[in-house]
Design a binder for this molecule. Sequence first.
Ligand code: SF4
Length: 942
Amino acid sequence: MRETRSTCPYCGVGCGVIIESRGAQITGVRGDPDHPANQGRLCTKGSTLHLTASAAITQQNRLLQPLRRLERGGSVQPVSWNEAMDFAAGQLLRIVDAHGPDALGFYISGQMLTEDYYVFNKLTKGLLGTNNVDSNSRLCMSSAVAGYKRTLGMDSPPTCYEDLDTADCLFIVGSNTAWAHPILFRRIEAAKAARPGMRIVVADPRRTDTADQADLYLPLLPGTDVMLFHGMLYIMLWEGWTDSAYITAHTSGFEDLKDLVRQATPEKVAQVCGISTADLMQAARWFATSKTTLSLYCQGLNQSSSGTAKNAALINLHLATGQIGKPGAGPFSLTGQPNAMGGREVGGMANLLSAHRDLANPTHRAEVAALWGVSDVPAKPGKTAVEMFEATADGEIKALWIACTNPAQSMPDQTTVRAALARAELVVVQEAFATTATCAYADLLLPASTWGEKAGTVTNSERRISRVRAAVPAPGQARHDWAIGVDLAQRLEKQLRPGLPTLFPYTQGTLDQNTESIWNEHRESTRGRDLDITGLSYGLLEREGPQQWPCPQGVGSGQARLYTDGVFPTANGRAQFAVDAYKPVIEPRNARFPFSLNTGRLRDQWHGMSRTGTLGRLFGHVAEPSVGLNPQDMARLGLKELQLVALISKRGQVLLQAKADPQVAPTQAFLAMHWGSEVLGGIDSAGLPLCGVNALMPPAFCPTSKQPELKHAAVRIEPVELPWTLVAQAWLPAGEVETVRAALRECMTQFDFASCVPFSNGVTIHDAGSERHGVLFRAAANSAPDPAVLQKITTLLRLDGADSLRYADAHLGQLRAVRQARDDKGDSVIMALLLAGNANSEAWLSAYLRQGLPAQTLGRHLLSGSSTAPVKLAPLSPQICACFNVTQASIQSVLRQHDGPPADQLMAVQTATRCGTNCGSCLPSLNRLIATSTRRLVTTDS
Ligand code: SF4
């Protein structure tokens, strides 16, 4: 058994993990008690990381050798690394010769380590001579970057996690922190418990679990954040709550901003934002008059066509009230990805250069060229993410190199993105996982290492640099991302810089020595810059643990907070107020598209689910794709729970089940960002495949940050009547689930609607050994599909053997099959079922299958197709606690017996079920159930 300290690869909280491994196998993970970001805690995602790296999953879903596709749509063939890289380099050089370097596009990722990012940035801008390198951080953080730079002068979050402990007012806007940054939310819960006088204000169109914990919830209408912030400033000015001494001493441009916000009267703001003037007043009062106010924000501000304006207007409030540069105060952008910050530091985007330099600045370009030892860095701005795929679809860009990201799931306007991938002369996908939608478009697939195998550094939301360490070697022939970049660079150099020493001399030592040599070069680029890390080294990170920047040479330790002296990194040392008028969302809802679609995260899933989507246990909280609608809208549209609907925007559609969700406001809809074509599919009326949530979203982006408006689209919702339905599910050996899912995915285009997800029997976090693994396939169509498709599904779920009962009616297009087996008590239990053409018996048959109930007495009822169970069964209850597999029903059962104050009820549930006593991710849901139960009791009593 070996233990290796590393960092969680999911969100920007940047929690420290201790990886347990045995030989080449990761066997466990736990929170690092010495890491300042999490002090030993992990959320549901982090605490299940080791399960995603099991041998069974690795064998099924990892890319293990380079693969080349000789013709589009054809199969892939193994090739050697040498053949693969020769082919790649040769094709890139051919395209550069014919069309110039700007015919290439590199699309990289905030999942990459700083060292990976550095190499790809130097490779494109320094060697190939194109700035067409952008990152999926463009979809996540570029508005935060632009907001900070525009107001404070540099892209440097001025705050730290300790500020959560001391803030008197927390202003959370556009962030469901409880689900997206759970470990920070645990810290907020602890701060509130220790100091109940702390005020929490949450502004969000959806009443999220975060909003549920607020002292004041502002249910603002989508996209109206700038108006809200202007309205708050109007009130602050009117009431004399601004800090004129701070404004005079440390800022510029306030008079112009005052002129602008004069129009943001409380009545107008209340009407535009959909909130009351009293709540607006209260928010302004708490923000301005609290001793310290910390704002937390994320994609609700960033993923917007006004992303920069939203960020800047919020920072305006901090500057106007002097709520910055002191403990517990400041504008704190929460980063989505584990190393979005590191990517920003090395300038790994189309408009940036190393160490917070700007591509548009000739001095900065010259400095970077000198550091890299090249004659120049091209001045022409590179294509940002949306522009890059549009240019490829238009034929301007001929080759796409995609590393560690899945644009065929995550980019908006999937029709254009997929047209681009199809049109490019060359698509190289450098990936750890073989299962992402983008892999299907690759001419060349290069297997990459991933979490637990990589070495380097990442930077979290509070500017803290942590080491990432390899616990095990990469499987098969997978290579590290930076090493693939270096191999490509050295092959290109033979043509582009013949006879000259390599610019990429990073492969002389051990893994750590190699990544350290890259990092040292990056470190040197920061000398004298605002993020100066010349005082840090791998050795210091090893000895002292994770460190915040800046940390210049000779200083000794990092700086927790910035701008404590009121001096900002601008030409005159003053912060600059941003004066941006409010602009509504690009697509306001209208008569044709009367719903505002809001996208967001689920508690237990991560981005495109290439990793979390392999664990059935992480589908316990939300089992299948669905769209959340307000119960009033469900009733108005005449929709039943789980009825199939079409969500249609100007660009495309998805079909999925509708669920009543009181968290969603009327005329709005909520759809999780995770549901890509890997789990949700079907075909449209033209026979074209449906490609998940981002088929709906617009390519429109913020003119400054170029970050697309991924959070909002106008849609209409139509009930879908597809008379022929299918549901199939089966328990399978762990070593087959992913393979079967991949085969079932291929069937999804045979139906108008289809989804395919894993499930598990729900075991506790400490009991992975008894976990069982299943697959659920659901489909619907106008008529029965080709019998060969049904046969394929039947065979995949092993429902065609002698141990299966079958009923078929070709005339009615119905097939029912049930496979049984003896469990270890000798009872006959259902192992698999398929109901085609008539799925009326799904609910009770599923309950038998999922709960392993004895089924030997059911006889012919198994195939009856009746919606009525032969015996009364408790319905399946949603899981609340993933760590201890606690369901809503079991919590409600405890609550029925304990009707004391909420704190006592919480204690009773935790004692009885252990719910919320491990990672705590379920605590907001648990508190919600307690609040609901208390409200019910009060209503009943009164
Ligand atoms: Fe990972 Fe969860 Fe920590 Fe984010 S909060 S870094 S997902 S353990």
